[in-house]
Design a binder for this molecule. Structure first.
Ligand code: GAR
Length: 187
């Protein structure tokens, strides 16, 4: 199985979905480490309880090069082959992306190339869109800009708020990400 490391900053519900899917005997990947830029990320505790090695560093106020080096050392120590970002809310440095080129994926809560960056659901509602969704894409130096590997669409209802829409998109993310990661790692 391919050795995957997951980076999180918070709740980690997509991380949990990836871990749960990896337990199927025919999964092409296993999650060998969950690492975070935030020692208080709730997802870290879930990963520990699931028996997965975790690593955390308090990145706040620290130079990017320094906390990224610590995270990378942890990943390399577990012989990680591919990285899945799952609610990792910091930009990776160009140097990091270059060293892992073609080996990092991310899930983003919009139908890329629409709504790169933050507040995606509020922007989709404000624009009057009928459809929102999520995308899994390769990570490049350009924010939310790499090739899209898969998308899931979610209808926007007339009474949706950013929060109600986010909840339905999140449920779709939990289906999409394990499928796309498995497909991507199968060839
Ligand atoms: C998810 O909706 C993910 O798509 C989004 O943050 C949430 C993390 O939730 N990611 C981004 O906005 C990346 N810029 P989770 O921690 O429960 O997986």
């Amino acid at each position: 199985k391919r050795r995957v490391g997951i980076l999180i900053s918070g709740r980690g519900s997509n991380m949990a979905a990836l871990v749960e899917a990896s337990r199927a005997s025919d999964s092409p990947y296993e999650v060998v480490i969950v690492a975070s830029d935030n020692p208080d990320a709730p997802g870290l505790r879930w990963a520990q309880e699931a028996g997965i090695m975790t690593f955390a560093i308090a990145a706040k106020g620290m130079p990017k090069q320094q906390y990224e080096a610590a995270i990378e050392t942890a990943l390399l120590g577990r012989e990680v082959e591919a990285i899945a970002l799952a609610g990792y809310m910091r930009l990776l440095s160009d140097d990091f992306v270059a060293r892992w080129r073609g080996r990092i994926v991310n899930i983003h809560p919009s139908l890329l190339p629409n709504y790169k960056g933050l507040d995606t659901h509020a922007r989709a509602i404000a624009a009057g869109d009928a459809i929102a969704g999520a995308s899994v894409h390769l990570v490049t130096e350009e924010l939310d800009g790499g090739s899209v590997l898969g998308r899931a669409e979610v209808a926007i209802e007339p009474d949706d708020t950013p929060d109600t829409l986010a909840a339905r998109v999140l449920a779709a993310e939990h289906e999409l990400y394990p499928l796309v990661l498995a497909q991507w790692l199968s060839h």
